[in-house]
Write a protein that binds this ligand. Structure first.
Ligand SMILES: [Zn+2]
Length: 339
């Protein structure tokens, strides 16, 4: 079978890889229907994180179950399934608290940008749809594999709810999904920080009440002007860079909360957090804990996170899927193995 392999920064290839098989009795093998490129894949693509060896890449997918191990009971051959980027058993003490991102038996994928995929801990990781979904729902289901759960996690971590003002730092797919999450969780004021027209449009479609195009001190002033002069109750930091964290720290009100979901590249301004009584919480998303609810919303067409995909290519053109995101020609690239 074929899949994507990153060889070096800027060098992702479509090449033959070993056929995945059932190794553990808790495994499933799925035929990937759609996969995508993540902003966090770009850390290696851009040479910010190291690529010591050629490595299969990708951690987002949805597809159809082809085979299951003897111990698997919740999914079967032919089921359409989606799983979070962080496989978990969904039964250990951490998972039972909803902390599925930190499952005590956590496992990993061998590159989801591929025709087929071995899913470890299939019972815990995968959620099946009741029937084969309509094709136009595939992007929104795929978005649950990471970006929508991650945006949701930012909002939950920051305590977003009715009556709260929210500012979102980052207009990538996660930031845009965080806007959707904040709206869905009942926030009456949701400010998207973006200076790109295509991304502003998605934020507005997701229900953002305000767009702030300014950055730095001007961006902070614009957010304060919308929040009684003090800053947002909740700021969702969806980038991970030091600049983004300073922006979040400046945009949050005294005593407010920041939800952190951007993979950290740089220090947090702990001094500012202390003197402003700012709370912070966040990390990798508890996908499995959120998946059933979010899948229900997608299947009912209540939310449509799939509109973050503005480029769709055959898997064989994975190199262009990366280049388009790297050059910010695309918000997020979806790839289909059998296109
Ligand atoms: Zn667990």
């Amino acid at each position: 079978m074929y899949g994507a392999v990153i060889h070096a920064p800027g060098d992702v290839r479509y090449e033959e890889r070993p056929e995945p098989t059932i190794i553990e009795p808790t495994d499933a093998v799925i035929r990937v229907v759609a996969a995508c490129v993540c902003g966090s894949d770009l850390w290696r693509y851009r040479g910010i994180s190291p690529v010591p060896n050629p490595t299969p890449i990708g951690h987002e997918y949805c597809g159809v179950v082809e085979a299951v191990g003897d111990a698997v009971t919740t999914v079967k051959h032919g089921d359409f399934v989606v799983g979070g980027f962080n496989p978990c058993d969904n039964t250990c003490a951490a998972c039972r608290k909803g902390a599925t991102a930190n499952c005590l038996n956590a496992a990993h994928y061998e590159g989801c940008q591929a025709e087929k995929l071995r899913v470890p801990l299939a019972d815990g990781t995968l959620v099946a749809t009741p029937e084969m979904p309509a094709d136009d729902l595939i992007p929104s289901i795929l978005a649950l594999s990471d970006v929508m759960c991650t945006g949701w996690h930012a909002a939950v971590s920051a305590g977003v709810g009715p009556g709260k003002s929210v500012a979102v730092v980052g207009d990538g797919a996660v930031g845009l999904c965080a806007v959707l999450a904040a709206v869905r969780l009942g926030a009456p004021v949701v400010i998207a920080m973006s200076r790109h027209e295509a991304r502003q449009k998605v934020a507005t479609a997701f229900g953002a009440t305000h767009i702030v195009a300014e950055r730095g001190d001007e961006g902070i002033a614009a957010i304060q002007a919308l929040t009684d002069g003090i800053g947002a109750d909740c700021v969702l930091e969806c980038v991970g860079t030091e600049d983004a964290r300073l922006q979040a720290s400046g945009a949050v009100r005294v005593g407010g909360n920041i939800g952190l979901v951007g993979v950290p590249h740089g220090d947090l301004p702990i001094e500012q957090f202390f003197w402003k009584n700012i709370g912070t919480k966040g990390g990798p998303a508890n996908c499995r804990a959120y998946l059933p609810h979010l899948l229900e919303l997608v299947l009912a067409r209540t939310i449509n996170p799939g509109i973050v995909f503005d480029l769709e290519l055959p898997l064989s053109e994975i190199a262009e899927a990366y280049a388009a995101m790297d050059e910010r020609r695309a918000i997020k690239s979806l790839v289909r193995p059998n296109a």
